[in-house]
Write a protein that binds this ligand. Structure first.
Ligand SMILES: NC(=O)c1ccc[n+]([C@@H]2O[C@H](COP(=O)([O-])OP(=O)(O)OC[C@H]3O[C@@H](n4cnc5c(N)ncnc54)[C@H](O)[C@@H]3O)[C@@H](O)[C@H]2O)c1
Ligand SMILES: O=C(O)C(=O)C[C@@H](O)[C@H](O)[C@H](O)COP(=O)(O)O
Ligand SMILES: [Zn+2]
Length: 353
């Protein structure tokens, strides 16, 4: 997989023009969801390089990250005359970059695409690293391919219209990057004033956060080893997200990850000796900013079954990424059913569920 260019923009118009010039194409397409079409697409008005671009607009949020929406994008590309040499620009959050990236990398066996992420989550995580896909059969990202964007342009000005809920969703992936990188980065994240956003500071933190991901993806693009670090909090987090989706009470991905981090830090504490004070400090941050996901002990089996579908698993054995310390990563950890249930007990007790 080729190294992906990730640019923290000083001016989106120039960066995008340059990126488009570097991708020779016969026709240009812009994919947005109904919200980013209204709120973010106008930021690109008047850029000559986008003249004549065809627009494709899909429904917003993860309930639309599915086969029907994917087919609608393929259909639109086909009907609007896309060829193997066309270029797709994904303008949106992780839902648009995941689904748009998958649509691009499968249409006529693959056309080039550029990601212009508009949420915090997509900037620090989803738009980078080439994991594309859709939810399927009630499972997160069940179908997809590794296919990096030609270029990722990070314009943090988009974050000014993001609501608090989606801000915190992205912040959870930043916390994850803090936990798997350095105590300094984690401390900076835990100290950030989330009530009164300093956008200049946030921009520099986005830069540092995405670098954590870039370095890991560069080393292991196809997740044979160290890339599993980026899945911290997700073995449980994805199960929470899938359960919530099945019960028609969807939760944002980052919230599920934050609650998954609570569980997996507990496992880290009991299995790999993660320090109790650091576990408590991170859990406190999650409690204060994310509330909790409610479930009861009758649902433990269902969550356990969902975790059996995690992509890191081999031969039905549930695989966790755990920590010995901040930045000291233990890959390919396992836990028996009893320990996993004990972890759920701990979560419910400390989160007051
Ligand atoms: N591929 C990866 O490596 C990766 C990494 C992390 C998450 N993900 C996936 O990303 C998805 C979540 O992404 P997300 O959190 O960006 O959600 P999202 O794309 O659903 O966006 C959240 C909401 O914010 C709106 N929005 C987008 N930009 C906005 C802006 N600038 N101002 C106001 N509203 C805006 C969207 O329309 C949507 O309603 C999940 O499907 C998750 O599985 C993928
Ligand atoms: O890029 C990665 O690798 C990650 O694991 C990042 C995660 O934040 C992201 O949610 C990813 O989509 C999860 O992938 P999956 O392989 O567990 O579906
Ligand atoms: Zn994630």
């Amino acid at each position: 997989m080729s190294k992906q260019e990730v640019i923290l923009c000083e001016g989106l118009a120039n960066s995008l023009t340059h990126a488009i010039e570097k991708c020779p194409h016969d026709k240009l397409f812009i994919l947005t969801d109904e919200h980013t079409h209204r709120l973010c697409r106008p930021h690109l008005d008047g850029i000559p390089a986008l003249e004549g671009a065809e627009e494709i607009v899909i429904g917003a949020e993860d309930v639309h990250k599915n086969l029907e929406t994917l087919a609608a994008v393929w259909q639109a590309l086909s009907e609007k005359g896309a060829s193997r040499h066309s270029l797709l620009i994904n303008l949106g959050g992780g839902m648009v970059t995941d689904l748009g990236g998958f649509a691009a990398s499968t249409f006529k066996r693959g056309i080039a695409y550029i990601n212009v992420p508009t949420t915090l989550l997509a900037m620090v995580d989803a738009s980078v690293g080439g994991k594309t896909g859709i939810n399927f059969n009630g499972l997160k990202n069940e179908i997809g391919v590794f296919a990096p964007a030609a270029c990722v342009l990070l314009e943090t000005e988009f974050l000014r219209s993001l609501d608090a809920h989606n801000f915190f969703s992205g912040y959870a992936e930043m916390l994850k990057h803090g936990l798997i990188s350095t105590p300094k980065h984690l401390a900076e994240l835990l100290a950030f004033d989330t009530e009164k956003t300093d956008y200049a500071l946030l921009k520099s933190m986005v830069g540092r956060s995405v670098q954590v991901k870039e370095h890991i993806v560069e080393e292991d693009p196809l997740e044979h080893g160290i890339r599993k670090a980026l899945n911290l909090g997700h073995t449980v987090g994805h199960a929470f997200e899938s359960l919530a989706l099945a019960e028609s009470r969807p939760v944002l991905h980052g919230y599920a990850v934050a609650w998954g981090l609570v569980c997996e830090l507990y496992l880290s504490y009991i299995k790999t000796g993660f320090p109790k004070d650091k576990m408590r400090q991170t859990i406190q941050f999650v409690k204060e900013n994310y509330g909790s996901f409610a479930f009861n002990c009758k649902q433990y089996d269902q969550l356990y079954e969902l975790m059996k579908h995690d992509k890191k698993n081999t031969a039905g054995v549930i695989n966790f990424t755990l920590l010995k310390e901040v930045g000291d990563i233990c890959l390919n950890q396992t836990a028996d059913k009893e320990t996993i249930f004990e972890m759920f007990d701990f979560y419910r007790e400390c989160m007051g569920v």
